[in-house]
Design a protein around this ligand. Sequence first.
Ligand code: UD1
Length: 420
Amino acid sequence: MSELKLMLVAGARPNFMKIASIANAVSAFNRSPSKTKLRQIIVHTGQHYDEMMSHTFFRDLGIPKPDIDLGVGSGSHAQQTAEIMKRFEPVLMRILPDVVLVVGDVNSTIACSLVAAKANYPPGSSPRVRPLIAHVEAGLRSFDRSMPEEINRILTDALADLHFLTEKDAARNLIREGISKNKLHWVGNTMVDTLLRHRSQASKSTILSQLGLVKPSGEMGASNKRRSGSKADCPQERCLDYALLTLHRPGNVDNRKSFQEILEALLVIAPRIPILFPTHPRTMARIREFGMERHFRFGSIVVHGDKATPQIHCMPPLGYLDFVCLMSNARLILTDSGGIQEESTVLGIPCVTLRENTERPVTLSEGSNVIGGTTKGSIVRHALLQLKAKRSNKLPRYWDGKAGNRIVKLLVRECGKIRP
Ligand code: UD1
């Protein structure tokens, strides 16, 4: 019986859904009759640290408690990346894992990859000189280097030994950057694994009634009539119509002019459909800094007849199950997040991406997403069109809930072959 030490790195909110799928696949693999067993070590960098940005996800998703918490916290990009590297290196050199698995495109992803790539294990301490670096969600490109995430993606992929891909275009991007085809593995989407696994549990969330969005019995929302028999299966049959918004990209909210432009679009959309807005801490800080509070409603949602007040309703960040429930029942999703574009595709909910590009083109070609841009006219036009859109039922290849299992099997196979 041989043992492989697999270190899973997570740091920020969108990482937790991805490592949940891997941790789950590791448990399943260890129950199988394989002669290899995996020892999993979860490292939380602490890039996100608030209860609602971090800990609640471990509970909701049943992820084992992190073995190591680096407790890094916020800072400028350089400070945060450097601090993660400083704290990760001694942990790596103590545990000497066979594989460091990183996910997505956040600062924790590049910081830990860089440490792993330059590690030099003491002679005789391990069959390897350094760990293999596995990148989950490799090859996605927005071709916009003003996004910190794009820099993180390119650099992490340049360092990785194994690239796990969610969509076909990712392979083209990596080959163009000179990455060998042998390192690429099209496995599907770990975030989708987690969504499919928790969808039915999310349907039991009481968030809609907590927000006062459930109609008295007898009436049924237009969206739910339209949706009956479709993929969105949260059984909140009588919820009011609403759009769900997330917005936190530095390019959208850190600059007053850009934020104001998006806000003006939202103020045109809100009278047609109330907007629910779980607000990221970065965005809440900017709303205050720019004195924009008067445009948002804080506190409980007021319902007149069968309509919520036509406003943008700010609320604190939500836990995973509550958020999935809100996505599943939304008539429209407005977002600048990457993962939510993918989740809306799986749920079939029309989505408008509040950016000029996407690194996830499959959500446009095979999903329910459109690029809405960042100017008022373009956002409003796309939102109104998407409000009339038919639901999409297509799912990209391998978005079937089994990506984590494929990754774990490949890790075991490739670990035997590649010895850096
Ligand atoms: C990070 C990721 C982004 C991802 C997003 C999801 C990078 C470069 N960006 O952006 O790709 O989409 O996470 O949320 O890694 N803060 C808190 N509590 C927390 C975490 C952050 O209050 O638990 C505040 C801090 O004031 C911090 C700010 O939010 O300065 C931004 O956090 P940071 O980790 O720097 O980046 P995000 O914008 O969250």
